[in-house]
Design a protein around this ligand. Structure first.
Ligand code: GDP
Ligand code: MN
Length: 388
């Protein structure tokens, strides 16, 4: 789960990573009041679950409360488009108003899981700031990585090495070592999946601090952190995904046109692969789960159909624990309850009670394309979706 910068900075404060003083505002007047409290120059920052805000016009410096109010008026309500939001952008509901920092240097520090080594990796670069993606693509030698042994945890020498590589010295070096150490503590303590500071700045007075903060939290560790639930911002999340979660369905919306209803994550991924191989793009990942009920299938189908991009639905079920006849029943009920379904539906059922399931589909009088083979089913769905 993603959280906002202002929430990530709350976590930073709790773990002793220095951040500028500030507050979050939902209206220009609130932004003005916060700027008055801070005094002097402030920065007004759009709070959305996406990076690249600076380049998109979502980060503005203001000389005082009046300018802060004007900046907040321009930012709140805007659809902020960045390289991470897609062309539609994201609507801004809140801004963070903070004391502006006098920047001497912008650095990059992050911790993320390296799946190849099964270890946390600390990634650092002295070329931090808004062009870090370009640095990674064009001058990867400017990025330093160090892997943490999970049995030992982060060793003090590793935090120091990161800061040497960042070219820090004096007070900034001490601040840097503390920040790396505390970022690691935060990552472990909060069960994060990503903790990133970009930029970590050296101030003109010599100290160093975080002026941006990005933390993703592991949903699967949510049971250990009931307080994380309050950090979720549903307005930032895909509404169909939120609804799917309510029914215990694993649904991820994607950009293609073939809606997929599959049981089991492995089969779901294989189905997406085959759709691509057949020349189309999946509209979603959807795992209805091993023990899907007719009702669960009906909900899944409704969610699939709510996606305007879907031009064909492929139902690919292997009946193991879930019985094919129950799935078929759920699909038939869903189609009847939805009234009009104007896209073709390709069905492949295999396994427990597959023949019975097919009989139910055929006997329903509804228009299904029943296909036996996996590849044929994917090809049929891709063809019916018109390829893209
Ligand atoms: P992002 O673009 O979404 O990653 O937002 P950031 O919080 O990283 O801000 C983008 C850029 O704005 C930073 O890289 C800085 O160059 C600039 N910026 C942000 N806060 C301040 C500030 O307090 N003072 C100054 N001078 N620049 C800032
Ligand atoms: Mn940033």
């Amino acid at each position: 789960m993603k959280i906002h910068e202002y929430q990530a900075k709350e976590l930073f404060r709790r773990y002793g990573i220095p951040v500028p003083a500030g507050g979050v505002a939902s209206t220009p007047e609130e932004a003005r009041a916060i700027a008055e409290r801070i005094g002097g120059k402030v920065v007004v920052k759009a709070q959305i679950h996406a990076g690249g805000r600076g380049k998109g016009g979502g980060v503005k410096l203001a000389n005082g409360p009046g300018e802060a109010e004007t900046a907040a008026r321009a930012i709140i309500g805007m659809s902020l488009v960045t390289h991470q939001t897609g062309p539609g952008g994201k609507r801004v509901h809140k801004v963070l108003v903070e004391e502006a920092s006098p920047i001497a240097r912008e650095l990059y520090i992050a911790i993320v899981l390296d799946r190849e080594t099964s270890r946390l990796v600390i990634i650092a670069s002295s070329a931090g700031g808004m062009d870090i993606e370009k640095v990674a693509a064009e001058t990867p030698d400017r990025i330093f990585k160090t892997w943490v042994d999970p049995a030992l945890g982060l060793m003090p020498f590793q935090a120091r090495r990161v800061c040497f590589k960042l070219g820090l010295s004096g007070q900034a070096f001490k601040d840097g070592v503390d920040a790396v150490t505390n970022l690691y503590r935060l990552f472990e303590g909060e069960d994060a999946t990503l903790a990133e500071i970009n930029p970590f700045i050296v101030r003109t007075d010599g100290g160093a601090m975080a002026i941006d903060a990005k933390v993703n939290l592991d949903d699967d560790a949510g049971f250990r952190h009931p307080e994380h639930a309050a950090l979720r911002d549903l307005t930032e999340e895909e509404p169909l995904e939120t609804e799917a979660k309510r029914y215990g369905l694993n649904y991820i919306k994607l950009g293609g046109s073939v809606g997929c209803m599959v049981n089991g994550a492995g089969l779901a991924m294989a189905t997406m692969d085959l759709i691509k191989l057949c020349g189309a793009e999946p509209a979603n990942f959807l795992d209805v789960g091993g023990g899907a009920s007719a009702e669960g299938v009906e909900n899944a189908f409704r969610i699939l159909m709510a996606d305007q991009n879907v031009r064909c639905v492929l139902i690919n079920i292997f009946g193991g624990i879930v019985r094919c006849d129950r799935v078929a029943q759920g699909v038939v009920e869903a189609v009847m309850n939805l009234g009009e379904v104007d896209v073709p539906i390709v069905v492949r059922l295999e396994g427990t009670n597959a023949a019975e399931g097919m009989r139910i589909l055929k006997g329903s009088g509804l228009d299904f394309h029943a296909v036996v083979g996996f590849h044929e089913a994917a090809q049929k769905a891709a063809d019916l979706a018109g390829g893209d």
